[in-house]
Structure formats: C-alpha cells, structure tokens
Design a protein around this ligand. Structure first.
Ligand code: ACO
Length: 328
C-alpha cells in the first residue's frame, strides 16, 4: 500500500462581502444575536457572473501552484459540491475543461458539508492502491443562490467559497501523510436539512417558486446537537484508529458552521480554543468548502506548518459526517 500526502492547498473567497448589518435590513435579526449564536461576522458572496466552477478554478490553480505541480500531472479531479453549476454535466467536467485537462476522470461528490472529507477519503484510496499518483480535490459552493433571504434562521449562516488540496503519492520515507479517513451517513435524519426542489422528487414548476422549495430548509437546533455528536464521534474514531492522544494533535480543523459547535467539539476532547482553526467569523458556512478554506488560510498565515498533526472533522446534510487525521 502507498500513502497520500497533501502537496499543496489553495482557496478563494469572492470579493463581495455580506455583513450582519446588511442582513439586519433584510430580516428581523441583529449583529449581536448572529455573533453570539454563531460567531459569524461576514460572508463572501459570488458576483452575479460567477458560477461554482469559477470559484473552484481559482482555488485549484492556487493549490497547484503551492504544490509546484503542473495541471497536466493531475490524474483525477473530484469536486465536492451540492451547489454545482447545473444538474448535468457535472461541475467537475466543466472544471476539467477550464483547467485545460484532457482524458482524465472527473466527477462531483455529493455529501453536503462533509463532501470535502469524503473526497479526501476517496482520493486517498486511489493513491493507496497505486492507481493514481496525483489527485486534485476541491470543495466549492455558491450556496447563497439556494438561500431564502426572507428566512432569518438560514440566511445568516451561509456564504460562498472554494478550497482545494493537491494529493500526491508520499515517498516511502515521508513522515507526512494522510493517516486515516472516516466517513459516516445517517439517512434516517435526512429531513433535518434539505433543499427540496430541483430533483426528480419536486421538479421545477410554478409551485416551486410559490412555495419557495428551491431554497434550503433546516431544523437548526436538531442539526446543532447532531453536529456536536457526530463530529466528536468521528474524531474519536480517527484518534483511536491511530492510537494518538488528543494532546498530540497540533490543530483541529472542524467544519465551520457555527462557533459554538466547534467549541463544543473541542471541549469534548479538552482541546484548548487556540488549537482550533476557526475562520467562521470571516466567511460563515461555505458547506464543502469550509475545511479546505480554513486549512489553507491557516497555512497562509503560518499557523499550520509542515510536520504537524492535523485532525479534520465535518458533518452535513444527509446527515453525513467524517474525519481525517494527517501529518501535513
Ligand atoms: N436573528 C434573531 N433571532 C433569531 C434568528 C435570527 N437570525 N434565528 C432564530 N431566531 C430566534 C428564534 O426564532 C428563537 O426565538 P424564540 O425563542 O422566540 O422561539 C430564538 O432566536 C432561539 O432560537 P434557537 O433556534 O433556539 O437558536 P439557537 O441558539 O439554536 O441558534 C442556529 C440557531 C444558529 C441556527 C443554531 O441552531 C445552529 O447553528 N444550528 C446548526 C445550523 C447548521 O450548522 N446548519 C448547517 C448544517 S449542515 C451544513 O453545514 C451544510
């Protein structure tokens, strides 16, 4: 068996910013409530002309540059998204073309906010078996186009963005590699967070617009409890599998949905707040993009260093969840 390593990371947040004070003008909410309940201060919103593959392209180009790898070396492209350019073809195929790549497999992976961990896991398996040596994975979302800006329970939470990793086969003596990945799904709880229309169940019609079923619907309190439960449990799984004590982990990079969820997971393991990478104040919940964006920002500002042990954990609609332990 081979091992995979993170050769480079990249991220992109659109320029336009939506502040809490902007939302105060749209719904009955206020800056203090949003900060106290979620930790979010602003979100980045894609420009009208931008589509999901555009955001993904920039993140991928930065990740390739950081890795020192030419796009032509990429053998597999995976896009984690639930807000792709269109239903068909996949955003991965659109992105493949934008990257100028030919004759490689490219596919979307749908696991909502856990999509990036799922993609990391899939890519890791392909490298472990020796099938591919260089894989590009990206979490990219323009979720604001699926949010109802009349619904104060959801519209305060979400923003757009993209984050990418280049994974390569590690050398035999390389100390830095993906140690393990873990994935879960609990379909019985799927109704807690849904985007009802646009699929075969509720195809687009005038009714969709009237009932606003083209927008996400969420049971926030239940999601909150399940998020803490599943992220803590998948973190346990990763630590146990690798026989690593929580104090040996340099950084926890959790899905950036809500500051209080991240703190609850960290408390569970006795992680000090300073060891949790949190950028939720800066971007809100960007679904599959939160983990690679947060990771890349921490690489850029020098917090995450080569050789450190990093624990990633996510949960999302599905419900899905996952974790990964790696030495960067
Ligand atoms: N502004 C002001 N008041 C609000 C707002 C708002 N934006 N939204 C809700 N309220 C009100 C509620 O109506 C309620 O009022 P009431 O007491 O009069 O009934 C009160 O605030 C408390 O509401 P709760 O739902 O109990 O608030 P809570 O502390 O649970 O925070 C929140 C709500 C932020 C949504 C929280 O539950 C949460 O973050 N849940 C997880 C959401 C999430 O992560 N979703 C995505 C998961 S999957 C993925 O990441 C794609």
């Amino acid at each position: 068996m081979y091992r995979s390593r993170v050769a480079g990371t990249g991220s992109y947040l659109p320029e336009k910013v939506l502040l809490n004070s902007d939302l105060e003008k749209l719904v009955d909410t206020n800056d203090q409530w949003i900060r106290e309940r979620t930790g979010i201060e602003r979100r980045h919103i894609a420009a009208d002309h931008q589509i999901t593959s555009d955001l993904a392209l920039i993140a991928c180009q930065k990740a390739l540059q950081a890795a020192g790898i030419a796009a032509e070396q990429v053998e597999l492209l995976i896009v984690a998204t639930v807000t792709g350019d269109q239903v068909m073809p996949s955003t991965a195929c659109v992105l493949q073309n934008k990257l100028g790549l030919k004759n490689i497999p490219a596919f979307d992976l749908s696991a909502a906010c856990s999509g990036f961990i799922y993609s990391l896991s899939v890519a890791d398996q392909f490298i472990k078996t020796g099938q591919y040596k260089t894989i590009l994975i990206v979490g990219a979302e323009i979720i604001h186009r699926f949010v109802n800006y009349e619904d104060r329970e959801t519209c305060i939470l979400f923003g757009d963005g993209a984050g990418a990793f280049v994974l390569t086969r590690a050398e035999e003596n390389d100390a830095n590699y993906v140690m393990s990945t873990h994935m879960r799904a609990e379909g019985a709880l799927g109704e807690l967070f849904v985007l009802p229309a646009g699929g075969s169940k509720i195809p687009f019609s005038q009714d969709v617009l009237e009932n606003k079923t083209q927008f996400v619907k969420m049971k926030g309190r239940e999601i909150f409890k399940n998020a803490v439960r599943t992220m803590s449990s998948t973190c346990h799984e990763a630590l146990e599998k690798n026989q690593i004590a929580p104090e040996k982990v340099d950084w926890l990079v959790p899905h950036q949905a809500n500051m209080r969820i991240m703190e609850a997971v960290a408390d569970h393991f006795g992680f000090p707040k300073e060891k949790v990478i949190s950028v939720v104040h800066e971007m809100g919940n960007t679904s599959a993009a939160t983990i690679p964006v947060a990771f890349d920002m921490a690489v850029q500002d020098g917090r995450i260093q080569r050789g450190q042990t990093i624990l990633l954990t996510a949960f999302g609609a599905g419900l899905t969840a996952g974790s990964a332990l790696l030495r960067y």
